[in-house]
Design a protein around this ligand. Structure first.
Ligand code: G6P
Length: 489
């Protein structure tokens, strides 16, 4: 296991992210039900120890009345969460609009409707204005709660404007920014009409972090090519002022998953699932229903595998958990129909009177059910077209101590950099390649499975969420101290 050093003093860490780790549902005027939300960032920061953490972000609902805002603020305080209230118009323009229609596809190398990229269209311009306005709303809340000595850690593409606004408030504030998505080639980023403004505001942070070396390199290239700044081994320099740019691959709280396997609730699920999938090998996919996850490609590869290996039809099942996400964005609605169409076709082609090869669910699973499934899975199939890291692959590995199942992993997920030795890496666009990887994984001898699992397990249990957070924060501290030293020299 990994030793965790306890921090002798607790430093306050204000974690600012679009989404709080809890989402609220209104049950009455001043009565709120709080749920843990899905998503990679949420599960990784759950494992963060040694700091006094406060979360600042959106609780997933629009609350416009004073009674509601006050009572929700009070309920969230018990969870160390501070809400930012975004009205429906802001959600639509900033979150559905600029974040998820423009930035998200751009960061993942996905094309998007031409008109959405035209800076002259009324909608895109007002979306960007609203993006900046929303970032200011986050900044106001941070500023209100900030105490001298706090560390402010901003997260993800929703808040690229935040570092600059925070530094405008207070140049002494220690500000870090971490991107959970890929940062694409500068040739992609430079097509954005707002390219310079976004880069400059991110550069206001003391440190800018990415999951992989490539993402960091692309960011530095964008700054040198688009802003004409100087890239150094440390980061980006602008008239003597350095913004540190570095790589911090995220992990999970592996022990939380490993411990969960012994819980009676999880054991019950395992017994139940084992019965339900008896006599069949289980291939598992767990993804938010997002374009970047390559779910259609995964289904087509499975179809090809069945075509080529008819003997397997009654002996294997692909269980695809497709967690609903961003359902107000039309592209996501279209994706859902497309996925359903393929599932229907494949099951129609290869199903029998008593069983179908694809078991598809449009829903999320609770933590215990998920752990049970991970533990029972023979092959996990991750076919992201692009993915910042992909922690599902980590979670699967953490739960596989007994079974030693196989991970098939897209080379376009950040996780391919860390689990590449143990996983079977595939190009998800190459359907025949993925189909043969499925066959190879299902037939893999146990010694090879064990060896591969061992490599992955070692990585997942040592490169944890806690380590990630510790590294980021201590590097941020160091950067600030060095800057102070330089300023006094
Ligand atoms: C990705 C993003 C996160 C986001 C999550 C869920 O992992 O990097 O910032 O929270 O998806 O998406 P949602 O739009 O529901 O917050």
């Amino acid at each position: 296991g990994c030793e965790k050093e306890e921090n002798p003093y607790k430093q306050r860490l204000l974690v600012v992210a679009n989404r709080l780790p809890v989402s609220a549902v209104r049950m009455g005027d001043d009565n709120w039900k709080l749920n843990i939300s899905a998503g990679g960032l949420v599960s990784s920061l759950l494992g963060l120890k040694g700091f006094e953490v406060k979360w600042i972000g959106w609780a997933g609902v629009s609350v416009t009345d004073e009674v509601g805002q006050k009572s929700l603020t009070k309920s969230l305080a018990k969870e160390r969460c501070i809400p930012v209230f975004l009205d429906e118009e802001t959600i639509d323009q900033y979150y559905n609009g600029y974040c998820n229609k423009i930035l998200w596809p751009m960061l993942h190398y996905l094309g998007l409707p031409q008109e959405d990229r035209l800076s002259t269209t009324q909608s895109t311009q007002s979306q960007f204005d609203m993006y900046k306005k929303a970032n200011r709303m986050f900044a106001d809340v941070v500023n209100k709660h900030y105490q001298q000595g706090d560390i402010v850690w901003c997260h993800d593409y929703h808040l690229m404007f935040l570092p600059q606004v925070l530094k405008e408030f207070n140049t002494q504030m220690t500000v870090g920014w971490f991107l959970h998505t890929p940062f694409p080639s500068s040739e992609i980023h430079r097509t954005l009409p707002t390219r310079s403004e976004l880069l400059r505001s991110v550069l206001a942070a003391d440190i800018v972090g990415f999951h992989t070396y490539d993402y960091a390199r692309h960011f530095v290239s964008a700054c040198t090519k688009i802003l004409g700044l100087e890239g150094t081994p440390e980061g980006v320099e602008d008239q003597g002022k350095l913004t540190r740019v570095a790589t911090f691959p995220i992990g999970i709280d592996a022990s939380r998953f490993i411990r969960a396997l012994d819980l009676p609730e999880v054991q019950e699920y395992i017994t139940d699932f084992r019965e339900r999938f008896a006599g069949r090998k289980l291939i598992l996919g767990v993804d938010r229903l997002d374009m970047i996850k390559g779910i259609p490609q995964k289904l087509l590869a499975f179809e090809k595998f069945l075509e080529e290996n008819p003997d397997w039809c009654s002996k294997v099942v692909l269980l695809q958990i497709a967690v609903p996400t961003r359902t107000d964005v039309p592209e996501y609605q279209k994706l859902k129909s497309k996925v359903h169409e393929i599932v229907g076709r494949v099951n129609g082609r290869f199903g029998t009177l008593t069983s179908v090869p694809i078991h598809h669910l449009d829903r999320s699973l609770d933590f215990h059910a998920l752990c049970g499934l991970y533990a029972l899975t023979d092959v996990a199939l991750v076919t992201s077209l692009r993915d910042g890291m992909n922690l599902v692959s980590y979670e699967f590995v953490a739960c596989q101590a007994l079974k030693k199942g196989v991970l098939i992993l897209s080379e376009f997920a950040g996780a391919a950099q860390s689990l590449g030795a143990g996983a079977i890496l595939v190009n998800p666009w190459n359907i025949p390649e993925v189909a043969s990887a499925i066959s190879y994984a299902l037939n893999m001898p146990s010694e090879e499975r064990e060896k591969r699992h061992q490599l992955n397990f070692m990585h997942v249990t040592t490169h944890t969420a806690q380590e990630w957070a510790k590294m980021f924060v201590s590097e941020l501290d160091e950067t600030v101290v060095e800057a102070q030293l330089r300023a006094t020299q």
